[in-house]
Design a protein around this ligand. Structure first.
Ligand code: S3P
Length: 427
């Protein structure tokens, strides 16, 4: 039985044991993967011992640089994340490289100037990027990276026209999943985006890049790939099928991340788009709680939506809807949530939703198809007149499209499409 592991401090919730166990099982390697939480003051003693006792190990924050000085730097770029027989490697860079972002001849915008950014800047130079612009809060950190360094505000001014955006900052990382590291206006058709964040996966940046016609890859893929590359180094005699490992692992990791980091997947769209039934199907497939905000309102008020409109008026309905939606979207358990069609229309509600860990997915369809589905439904007080309903749909459709992080065709099989997009983020 081979023994591998990870050193770092603190280790918190590391996904590496799960990832490595699965990779070893798929590749037929008999091995274990353990966590070693080692404080900086003990690294000098611990590393020689681990080198003797283990068949190889990974290293994470804050030891990557320390380790680079302690082992033979085979392929380390100043930061070691993999050790094998006394030599240090950096498989983060291999993981990033094998994600296949085309950098040659491109104008690259790199967000951030920390350790991951240094690795990415190195890779941009190696691959022959045309220009490299780094947005950094602290310009001094980008010293020596051979790039044009600008202040971070530039990430939010739409005058830059990069071909590629690489995010190495924590902007958009759980528990601030609503955040974006750059202006949405930079996300033009054809752009290539890589986001090193893997929680949530996908991030709003990844979804929004795809929504605007770009390609986007999330950090979960890099995480899996750096682990495969470490296993390759430790087990040079073994063949690894990267595509098969990803197919099996990405959906499993997606669910695992949602289990410990509450995130809400809010389905929006016009009446009849199928929000409730898609939410049900999706929640089953992802093994998540399913909440229907209209249903919450009816339970809370003890009457139907139609009755509430009649009894208290639309304004009162909206107030109750906002309160309950806020409660649902701040629950400490991940869920798939079906919104009522009017929830995301007001600016106030949009702001409230953006302050929670919520990804907004829209189900879009032309009016005639929706009308066929819902005409005459007694519990939809806003659908009693075809002309008015058509106008309402026309007024709302672009609001839905603007506000959502991803848009799906409500006429196809949206639950399948959403599942595929979320669990293989960045394909
Ligand atoms: C509404 C949509 C309904 C319900 C209420 C108001 C709207 O939900 O919340 O009748 O303003 O679009 P569905 O979209 O689930 O039908």
């Amino acid at each position: 039985m081979k023994r591998f592991g990870l050193i770092g401090h603190p280790l918190g919730h590391s996904m590496s044991p799960l990832i490595h166990t699965r990779i070893m099982a798929m590749a037929g390697i008999a091995g274990t993967y353990e966590l070693f939480d080692i404080a900086p003051s003990r690294v000098q003693d611990a590393v020689p011992r681990l080198m003797r006792e283990l068949d190889g190990f990974n290293c994470t924050i804050p030891h990557k640089e320390t380790l680079a000085a302690m082992v033979a730097p085979a392929q380390a770029f100043g930061a070691v994340n993999t050790v094998f027989r006394g030599a240090g490697y950096n498989t983060d860079i291999l993981g990033f490289r094998t994600c296949g972002i085309k950098l040659a001849g491109k104008n690259v915008l790199l967000l951030g100037a920390g350790g991951t950014a240094r690795m990415m800047a190195h890779e941009c130079r190696r691959a022959g990027a045309k220009t490299l612009t780094i947005c950094a809060r602290d310009a001094a950190r980008a010293d020596g990276l051979n790039a044009c360094v600008v202040s971070y505000e530039h990430a939010f001014d739409a005058t830059l026209q990069p071909d590629v955006i690489l995010n190495s900052t924590p902007l958009g990382m759980w528990p601030n999943a609503w955040n974006m590291p750059c202006a949405a206006a930079l996300l033009r058709p054809g752009i290539d985006v890589f986001d090193a964040i893997y929680n949530p996966c996908p991030t709003r940046l990844v979804l929004n890049a795809q929504k605007h016609g770009g390609r986007a890859t999330g950090g979960l893929r890099m995480l899996v790939r750096q682990a495969i590359e470490a296993q390759r180094i430790w087990n040079p005699e073994t063949a690894f099928d990267t595509a098969a490992i990803e197919r099996a692992l990405l959906p499993e990791l997606f669910v695992e991340i949602l289990r410990h980091s509450p995130l809400h997947i809010l389905l929006t769209g016009f009446m009849g788009a199928g929000k409730t039934s898609v939410a049900r199907q999706l929640s089953k497939r992802l093994n998540l709680a399913c909440v229907d905000i209209d249903h919450e309102i009816e339970t809370h008020c003890g009457c139907s939506i139609a009755h509430l409109f009649k009894r208290a008026g639309e304004a009162e309905f909206r107030r109750i809807e906002r309160d309950l939606a806020q409660r649902v979207l701040t629950r400490g358990e991940s869920s798939v949530v079906a919104a009522g069609g009017g929830l995301v229309i007001s600016k106030e509600n949009q702001k409230m939703i953006r302050e929670t860990n919520t990804l907004v997915l829209n189900l879009d369809a032309p009016f005639d198809i929706l009308w066929e589905r819902v005409a005459g439904c007694p519990n939809r007080p806003l659908l009693q007149d075809a002309g008015q309903a058509r106008e309402l749909h026309a007024a709302r459709r672009s609001l839905y499209l603007d506000f959502c992080d991803a848009n799906f065709d409500a006429c196809g099989t949206p639950a399948d499409a959403i599942h595929a997009r979320l669990t293989h983020a960045g394909n």
